[in-house]
Design a protein around this ligand. Sequence first.
Ligand SMILES: Cc1cc2nc3c(=O)[nH]c(=O)nc-3n(C[C@H](O)[C@H](O)[C@H](O)COP(=O)(O)OP(=O)(O)OC[C@H]3O[C@@H](n4cnc5c(N)ncnc54)[C@H](O)[C@@H]3O)c2cc1C
Length: 422
Amino acid sequence: MEPIVVVGGGVIGLCVAHALHRRGCAVTVVDAGPARAAASHGNAGWIVPSLSGPVPAPGLARVSARWMLRPDSPLYVRPRANPGFLRWLVAFWRRCNARDHLAGLEATAALNRRTMSLFDALRADGVAFEEHRDGLAFVYHSRHELARDHAALAPLRPFGYDAPLLDAQAMRELEPALTRAVVGGYRFPQERHVRPDSLVTGLEARLRRGGVDLRTGVAVTGIEHRDGRVSALATTAGRVAAEAVVVCAGAWTPAVMRLAGVRVPIEAGKGYGLDYAPPPALPDPIRAPLYLHEARVAVTPLAGLVRLAGTMELAGLNGRIAPRRAAAIAAAGAASVRGWPTDPSRATVWVGFRPMTPDGLPVIGLAPGFGNLAVAGGHAMLGVTLAPATGEAIAALLTTGRAPDVILPFDPGRFGGHRRAR
Ligand SMILES: Cc1cc2nc3c(=O)[nH]c(=O)nc-3n(C[C@H](O)[C@H](O)[C@H](O)COP(=O)(O)OP(=O)(O)OC[C@H]3O[C@@H](n4cnc5c(N)ncnc54)[C@H](O)[C@@H]3O)c2cc1C
């Protein structure tokens, strides 16, 4: 029997490989990298089912049109006369409505139901990684936006997420580092965070110990298939025969799927991470992760460092670092955290590509027209959070031949990407 081949060794590919390996499957992982801009390495590391709402949201089309003119805004769309990108953009804007947002939130929160227990199971299985259980506080400068967002938390209640609205004083009791500009917020105590690169290396080490074949520096360049079945991959290191293939190539997923004639609309949403190691000396050190709402910036305290992460730049797969965007993230830190340096020169700056679909939902399941070619990608801002649940779902699909109900809303066929006849 040939192995199941996982294309992509980011957090999604590794969790898929782990779940398949645990079910007794022979697994090979091939990764073109390590790619510095692979999102799995320098992200904010939050495990946050409370953020299950998809990126396209009511009102975002209007705000993002305004933000398009400001290169230091939280969401920046670089205008490009590429028909595929324009189609993606129109589909994204169409999804910025209450009905689609609610349906996406419910589907994603359902997939997230087992997230915390699946992370516990990873650790119990010998995957070593840095993890913290400090909750997540949402921080606001605008009373109006706080009231609106707090009211909009209602659909999360059935999933165990409810939080009282906290005024400025309560927020500062919770997190003394906050500035006077903060007017209030709310907090979910059950959220966790990890150091994302430790999760990747922990998974790699566990898979290697279990005898999984992990090949790095090997790029997939072709997919051999006939009558809806894949038999092998062409790679830069030769042919790799496969019982089945799972493509988990993050923002590169469209390029890999195109090799099988399947269209998967995923755009790269470039994000920045600013690492301050050691953390700046502050009057009050930051205790726990903060989501700075207005700037859409994540503040993550880790062992020996504080990471600020944010901004979304839809500008294709280009890893250029714009100093203006790094400065905007540092300034957001300074506006909410007392004593935070506005000058980003002390930080090590990283950029990574979030894999973004136009409906904001991941793509998990069999490729249209194929019986043994699966996709697990497009996890946008939630790839770390959703990785273990995605791995479980793909492993169940490939070992039972039946897609678990929880992934039906994420069917790769929803974009109508048909297999080209061969
Ligand atoms: C700034 C920022 C902050 C974030 N914060 C969070 C957070 O707090 N919580 C959260 O849950 N998510 C967060 N995310 C999102 C999360 O990082 C991503 O959703 C997730 O890492 C995607 O993982 P992936 O495995 O799909 O893709 P990637 O990590 O991009 O991995 C894809 C892999 O595919 C490989 N590949 C590409 N082409 C080929 C090929 N032809 N052949 C072989 N291999 C190939 C690449 O080398 C790469 O290693 C954040 C993202 C960013 C950018």
